[in-house]
Design a protein around this ligand. Structure first.
Ligand code: FE
Length: 279
């Protein structure tokens, strides 16, 4: 029987402002948790105050990794320099492979009300950092939702559940598992994961008891999981959480704002290419 993963560390992240004054919580990509290979960044935005999000993320570049935008509430419109455009809705996902370069904007498609969601940055292996940019975009109707007998609901963004539900996203490089799990009161969730994957849980609502030790993980906390082939989480009162997991790349990481490469020189090159309109 594979070992059940226990919580190795927790973080609540820190308040951050990005784009044109968008207020959010940065959970991965902070001094406390710089990265969890291959995950470079996790931002959680949640506000019903328009001034917290209305500025959005005007035109900006990316190179060398993938961004995954997943919304729980509200709507975001994206547009890029290759002519792609679309609106992301709750339960829908946009998986963007920035590859060698993209210039895009991500703007709220609403003037008031709640905007709540996540952006995750997934690193690309060195061999794929300069690949052609690409998108995978799925509305909620095309993002599989697994419903279990005990009332558990799993929105499968990427990866495959133990019951065989396959995520919408097809990924050529890193192949993460990315589930949004809603557990009714008294339910236990179990899922097999790669023994050496880096994996985390992030509690959206409620509280979890994680692993065989049933360690408590409260709302808005990220729990980094230790090694093992199985994830187990129980809830007494009901909970909603993300499970994200992937094999680490174990390659050097050089960061420069919106670019993530393997070396300093490649970052300098990225800024130069962007300045000279080579994106
Ligand atoms: Fe962006």
């Amino acid at each position: 029987m594979p070992r059940v993963r226990e919580i190795a560390a927790t973080t609540s992240g820190m308040p951050a402002t990005d784009g044109d004054g968008v207020r959010m919580t940065r959970i991965i990509g902070t001094p406390e948790l710089n990265m969890l290979d291959p995950f470079l960044l996790l931002d959680c935005f949640e506000s019903d105050q328009p001034q917290d999000y209305i500025g959005g993320f005007p035109s900006h570049p990316h190179r060398g990794f993938e961004t995954v935008t997943y919304l729980l509430a509200g709507r975001m419109r994206h547009k890029d320099n290759a002519g792609n455009e679309g609106v992301i809705e709750p339960g829908g996902v946009q998986w963007m492979t920035a590859g060698r370069g993209i210039v895009h904007s991500e703007m709220p498609e609403q003037e008031d009300g709640l905007l709540r969601g996540f952006q995750l940055w997934v690193n690309l292996p060195a061999r794929a950092k300069m690949t052609a940019p690409g998108y995978q975009e799925f509305p909620p109707s095309q993002t599989p939702l697994e419903t279990r007998e005990d009332g558990t609901e799993i929105r499968v963004i990427a990866g495959t559940t133990d019951l065989g539900t396959e995520g919408a996203v097809r990924n050529d490089y890193v192949r993460p598992t990315y589930f949004d799990v809603t557990l009714p009161a008294g339910a236990t969730f179990e899922q097999s994961v790669g023994e050496d994957d880096n994996a985390f849980l992030f509690v959206i609502d409620g509280e979890l008891a994680v692993g065989e030790r049933r360690q408590r993980l409260g709302r808005r906390l990220l729990g980094i999981l230790g090694t093992g082939g199985r994830v187990a989480a129980h809830t007494d009162e009901g909970a909603r959480f993300l499970l994200v997991s992937a094999q680490p790349l174990r390659e050097p990481v050089a960061r420069g704002g919106p670019f993530v490469m393997n070396t300093r020189d490649e970052i300098v090159q990225a800024f130069d290419d962007y300045r000279h309109n080579r994106f």
